[in-house]
Design a protein around this ligand. Structure first.
Ligand code: PLP
Length: 290
């Protein structure tokens, strides 16, 4: 079955879907995006993702292309037309539209470009040990508004490729002070050497992850306290446990950092517990048939 994309009001086969050559997303990276995970037909943390999309548009002064209700309708339609029932993602991108190439904003009334696509993903991971992976570290070379989910992802692309070439899944970014910010496409958490769960506080330095926020809301029920305090590269290497969060990584254990084992190299008890809690959050308490 061929995939279907939504582009500015039309549903088209992916291969036939197009935006203009002078689209500002293409010319300047002048656009924002969102990724929503779909499990068993449900959009996971949809309210958080749509609120962040609206915030990204406000911060970049791009107009909302359609109202919230209409956008939700488009997301449902794209999900249905691509038959994303069990496990998949919805991708939403909004740019400042197409206009003659000039850095300044195009004239008032230029219609923003809205693109929505979807694709199936492997089933939600059943086994937390098999879900564990490795990361490398590298310098954070991004701009100072990383809290906006823009499509300007060149540093992230280069960092993900570096990780892949090193046999790892992600790169944890290190800032000029030697502190960890986040990963190329996920937030990062540790259980430090003293046993405290930590992640970097929200600021312009990191993306306010929807999975980060959803997991933070689950912590009280798990009897786990969180300290939002930045940690250094050395603390990352000395951590008892490390995991990352994102809409498609969920809670993903990290058992290798720069090729060295985290603690004894096995998934730790806090990560195990939070993976289970997040699994219930995503699958609605139903057993994972996958
Ligand atoms: N940080 C960065 C740089 C990201 O690109 C992402 C997701 O793509 C995240 C964090 C995690 O955000 P979320 O949990 O909303 O997917």
């Amino acid at each position: 079955m061929s995939r279907i994309a939504y582009v500015n009001g039309r549903y088209l086969p992916l291969a036939a879907a197009q935006v203009r050559v002078e689209d500002r997303g293409f010319l300047f990276g002048d656009g924002i995006y969102e990724v929503v995970y779909v499990a068993r037909g449900r959009f996971i943390d949809a309210e958080k993702h749509l609120a962040r999309l609206e915030r990204s548009l406000r911060e970049t002064r791009i107009a909302m292309p359609v109202g919230r209700r209409a956008l939700e309708g488009v997301l449902r339609e794209v999900q249905a037309r691509n038959r994303i029932t069990e496990s998949g993602l919805i991708y939403i991108q909004v740019t400042r539209g197409a206009a003659r190439r000039e850095h300044v904003f195009p004239k008032a009334g230029t219609r923003p470009t809205l693109v929505v696509t979807a694709r199936a993903l492997p089933p939600f991971p059943k086994n937390v040990d098999a879900w564990a992976t490795g990361i490398i570290t590298g310098p954070d070379q991004r701009w100072d508004r990383c809290d906006i989910k823009t499509v300007n992802l060149l540093p992230n692309v280069l960092a993900k490729q570096a990780a892949k070439e090193a046999g790892a899944f992600e790169t944890a970014f290190i800032d000029a002070e030697g502190m960890v910010t986040e990963c190329a496409s996920s937030n990062i958490w540790i259980v430090d050497a003293a046993g405290q769960l930590r992640t970097r506080p929200l600021s312009h330095d990191i993306l306010p992850g929807c999975t980060r926020a959803a997991l933070a809301e689950l912590l009280a029920g798990e009897g786990v306290t969180l300290e939002e305090r930045a940690f250094s590269q050395d603390e990352l290497r000395a951590a008892r446990e490390v995991f990352i969060t994102s809409a498609t990584s969920f809670v993903r254990p990290i058992t290798r950092v720069d090729g060295a084992a985290v603690a004894d190299g096995a998934v730790g008890p806090v990560t195990r517990r939070l993976f289970a809690a997040f699994t219930r959050h995503v699958l609605g308490g139903l057993p994972n048939a996958a």
